[in-house]
Ligand binder design. Structure first.
Ligand SMILES: Nc1nc2c(ncn2[C@@H]2O[C@H](COP(=O)(O)OP(=O)(O)OP(=O)(O)O)[C@@H](O)[C@H]2O)c(=O)[nH]1
Ligand SMILES: [Mg+2]
Length: 214
């Protein structure tokens, strides 16, 4: 199915699992360190400048923010992790609400894990990716803020993140919310996850891996 990402509306900000909308559409969640550009990537994908709230200060997104796309898909903007200045309540969400959400949401078909191409891999990013692997949650890696480094440096930075995460170039894509580079590839990659559909949640609570972000 082809998704028209321009047909979008804000649905709800959730602070607890019971506030989530009925699991009626496949959904894609956007995760990553605070300030990495999750909300900006979503705005670019949706062709809307201010629909998803963005800030130069880390800790802008403080709840699970749902957007309905094309009456067929939910996009979920998640609070970031890893920044000392982020309010305590938001930090706690990664141990509680967000990890519970990722582990139990049956219609979650992809977690887009976003990294800043300029920076070396951080422990928390690797922990998140390893936890998604153990939990068998489909994920897509995006290295963003591509416009902030020279073309010559791209390959070098991308390869170092690839090595740290143990992924091949076909398992990630390069993106810039500023220029829109990578957007078409993102749309076609997401289409595959949406088509693959919701995942079966076979993991028993007894052998659940420990939540990643503390
Ligand atoms: N140049 C450039 N700036 C970007 C890009 N993506 C995001 N930014 C900037 O980075 C800052 C943080 O962007 P957000 O989209 O709010 O980041 P976030 O990951 O949602 O942050 P939290 O909600 O705090 O977790 C803002 O000042 C954005 O304008 C990009 O691709 N290129
Ligand atoms: Mg945000």
């Amino acid at each position: 199915m082809t998704i028209n990402y321009s047909e979008v509306e804000f649905l709800i900000s959730a602070y607890a699992l019971k506030q989530l909308p009925p699991a009626e559409y496949p959904e894609i969640a956007f995760a990553g360190r605070s300030n990495v550009g999750k909300s900006s990537l979503m705005n670019r994908l949706l062709n809307r400048k201010g629909l998803v709230k963005v800030s130069a200060k880390p800790g802008k997104t403080q709840s699970l923010n749902y957007f309905t796309v094309n009456n067929a898909l939910y996009l979920v903007d998640l609070p970031g992790y890893g920044y000392a200045k982020v309010p305590k309540a938001v930090k706690g969400m990664w141990q509680g609400l967000i990890s519970d959400y990722i582990e139990t949401r049956k219609t979650l078909c992809c977690v887009v894990v976003i990294l800043d191409i300029r920076h070396p891999l951080k422990d928390l990013d690797l922990e998140l990716v390893n936890w998604l692997r153990e939990s068998v949650v489909p994920y897509l890696l995006v290295y963003t803020k591509l416009d902030k480094i020279s073309r010559g440096q791209r390959q070098q930075h991308a390869s170092s993140l690839d090595a740290g995460l143990r992924v091949s170039p076909s398992e990630r894509l390069l993106f810039s919310a500023q220029t829109g580079e990578g957007k078409e590839e993102l749309i076609s990659r997401l289409a595959k996850f949406i088509d693959a559909g919701s995942r079966e949640h076979a993991t028993e609570s007894a052998d659940r891996p420990e939540a990643p972000i503390s």
